[in-house]
Design a protein around this ligand. Sequence first.
Ligand SMILES: [Zn+2]
Length: 270
Amino acid sequence: MSWLAILPLVVLIGISLKYCWWLPPVSDQHPRILMYHMICESSERRYRGLRVHPARFAKQVAWLKDNGWTFVTMSDLERRIRQRADLRRIVALTFDDGYADNYYQALPVLRQHGAKATLYLVVNRHSQDWSVKKKAHHDGGELMREPKLSDEQVQEMLAEGIFELGGHTLNHCHLPSTQDQVKIDEIAGCKQALEATFGQTVTSFAYPFGHYGQGDVRIVREQGFGTGVTTKEGINKNPDLMQLKRIKVSGKDNFLAFWIRMRLGFRGLI
Ligand SMILES: [Zn+2]
């Protein structure tokens, strides 16, 4: 048999590993938590995964609504889980960091569809390039140049009841490499600062970079947060409220990839 004859098989196997369409879906009784960062067209080479095109985002939200998914904030989700309420077709959209396009691009789409979301807002978000805290060679300043939400924009997003706020530390702190007292200041301080500035109780926390240890989980709980979200990909079948998995929505995703992520919690094996 020539290699040409097996080429279609190789391609099929490759596609099947990239998009695990053949795996059975996780029951829709288990809530989905989606993770977004920016909703914008990608002009930079780096961080393409963090930038979901506005048209794709609009299609994703419309599809969720058309397919009977109910949009909840993270405090809604926490309450439903604690009360053992019906969780069928529940989806929580989350946005990390506080990019200005969340106001310009995401807010109108959510408003149009009557959807809700949670914004994990870094308190000191202007003129910061937190990517270097994760990888020193990420020093191009792309994320620093990316416009961030003003307090006035955040007020508007909250006033309409579309968004609620979650904590993401004062400075997008890399928790594993930070001293304990500084960590406590970063975690407690962001709750206090957000509540003082925006007059809304903050009960959910997102671990910056998804990097944390069990000591950090304890600090987050002790500082009054009821939920903590990670960057671990997946669907929470038995939710650990302080270490919730999320479904990563990548800017590189086509609609098939998004659909598969909603079914499985991840896109594929490669
Ligand atoms: Zn972040």
